[in-house]
Design a protein around this ligand. Structure first.
Ligand SMILES: Cc1ncc(COP(=O)(O)O)c(C=O)c1O
Length: 285
């Protein structure tokens, strides 16, 4: 595998950074993950915009222009054989040669990018063959800035691991008021009384790019009612369908939550329709 590190493309095993890098010491950085199918990236501009906002929010100077980021994405995909890839960007606050909490001045950020294989697109989703996820739930224990795509993911990892150890695929999170925030690595949608709903964006959730594509493509298609509104975890237990959105997995149906089937425990029809609409529209973003 070929990776990008601070201006160079090189084999992954030759890429080296210092243990004094603030990304390693503190998780002091921002990341992005962008799907690319046979060399065609989805919503690259939206991902770069979100990364720029994240860097601004934590006071790291964006080390590259939008054009340079695009060229790293394209070049990495090409050098790794095209195919279905998640392109990962990571910018840390850099290395000042010692471990200090306060932000150092005048040192360059560390820029790293790599790829991982992702599932191919599925333009003809079939609910009969789709397995669906089994998920757990938990009260959200993370920090107050989940809208920032920070590399410090320990809270998310602990939530994910809890379900993984119980043989499940994800953990849906809710706040102290019982309202769903998101899941440990995805946003949440429900179908209730035929309406597709997802919680509104705020500091408790990452503004997911796949959430945006799902919402906006369904709105443009206009055959399904869609809303952004609070959804409680108790409402979700009675939902007809639950979905998770994540750029590398698009829309994933949930068939079981906390050991109980979602509706009849089968993947739903609305999911099938929504994914078809999503896949037809994804390159328009
Ligand atoms: C906590 C969290 N929420 C939501 C998402 C979905 O974001 P996107 O649709 O941009 O992949 C992710 C993706 O990694 C995530 O980590």
């Amino acid at each position: 595998m070929i990776v990008y590190l601070n201006g160079e493309y090189l084999p992954a095993d030759q890429a080296k950074i210092s243990p004094l890098d603030r990304g390693f010491l503190f998780g002091d950085g921002i990341y992005e993950a962008i799907p690319s199918y046979n060399g065609r990236a989805v919503a690259l501009r939206l991902h770069i915009d979100r990364m720029r906002r994240g860097l601004d929010a934590i006071g790291i100077d964006n080390p590259m222009t939008d054009e340079a980021w695009k060229s790293v994405a394209n070049e990495l995909s090409e050098r790794n054989g095209g195919g279905n890839l998640g392109i990962y960007f990571h910018v840390s606050r850099g290395n000042e040669g010692r471990r200090m909490h306060r932000f150092p001045a005048g040192i360059p950020p560390t820029v790293f990018a790599t790829v991982l294989e992702i599932a191919p697109p599925s333009p003809f989703p079939d609910r009969k063959t789709e397995k669906g996820f089994r998920v757990g739930t938990a009260e959200d224990q993370r920090w107050n800035h989940c809208d920032i795509k920070s590399t410090a993911l320990l809270g998310n990892l602990l939530h994910y691991q809890q379900s993984h150890e119980a043989g499940m695929d994800e953990t849906i999170l809710y706040n102290h008021a019982g309202e769903i925030t998101e899941a440990s690595s995805s946003n949440v949608f429900v179908v209730i009384n035929g309406e597709v709903a997802t919680p509104p964006l705020d500091n408790q959730k990452l503004p997911g790019i796949s959430r945006h594509i799902c919402l906006e493509s369904l709105r443009a298609d206009s055959s399904l009612p869609v809303s952004e509104r609070e959804v409680t975890i108790d409402e979700a237990r009675e939902a007809e369908e639950i979905w998770l959105t994540n750029s590398s997995k698009r829309i994933v149906p949930v068939v079981e939550m906390d050991g109980q089937p979602v509706s009849d425990g089968q993947v739903g029809e609305v999911w099938e329709k929504a994914l078809r609409i999503y896949e037809a529209a994804q390159y328009d973003f």
